[in-house]
Design a protein around this ligand. Structure first.
Ligand code: GRF
Length: 193
């Protein structure tokens, strides 16, 4: 991602819908010396997202857009992003699907984290499906966002072995620990660091 490298840190927005544990790990990472990004904006489609508490805690600006009319919310978000000079978007548990129009505006500069070894198990309820299919491994993937759901170019993955007595809940907890490490690593990778 050559156009993002340079002396100054890249202004980044994180999009969330819920708990925000990946947001928290990204904020912590962004405060390290080696981080090529700063997190300047948190966007949520839901005003009760638990993750919004991190906006207050870390004094980061937050904005909520309800997505009742996606095209309107997206236009408002784009203007906010441009105003703040945001150059990179990290989706972290963001449950809305962005339009082609939106993605085109940030082409190659939107990342997502997904709790499976893509291209397997796109979409929702991954852990349930993985266990039901008696997979040996699952894991997590950081990828670029393109027009098709969970289908953009893969940046990095981490495998997690499934245990005999795993439930969707126990597996999701172990994968989440890896997600928190993988997202920062994938960001370093796209900046060639
Ligand atoms: C994570 O498992 C992420 O991979 C998926 O949604 C979950 C979000 O969790 N896209 P959190 O809000 O970051 O805690």
């Amino acid at each position: 991602m050559a156009q993002l490298t340079g002396f100054k840190k890249t202004k980044t927005a994180v999009f969330i819908s819920g708990r925000g544990s990946n947001l928290k790990s990204l904020i912590k990472f962004s405060k390290t010396k080696k981080s090529p990004i700063t997190i300047n904006l948190i966007i949520s489609n839901y005003n009760k997202s638990k993750g919004l508490e991190f906006a207050k805690k870390f004094r980061i600006k937050k904005k909520i857009f309800n997505f009742k009319k996606r095209s309107i919310s997206e236009k408002e978000i784009l203007s906010e992003l441009k105003k703040k000079n945001i150059r990179l978007i990290c989706l972290a548990g963001f449950m809305k699907i962005l339009s082609k129009y939106f993605i085109k505006n940030y082409n190659g500069r939107i990342l997502n984290i997904h709790p499976s070894l893509l291209p397997k198990y796109k979409g929702l309820n991954t852990h349930e499906r993985v266990i039901k299919n008696k997979e040996i491994y699952s894991g997590c993937t950081v990828h670029y966002v393109n027009y098709r759901l969970d289908s953009g170019k893969i940046i990095m993955q981490k495998k997690v072995k499934i245990r005999r007595n795993d439930t969707p809940n126990s597996l999701s907890k172990r994968i989440l620990i890896q997600e928190h490490k993988l997202y920062p690593k994938a960001i370093l990778k796209i900046f060639n660091l």
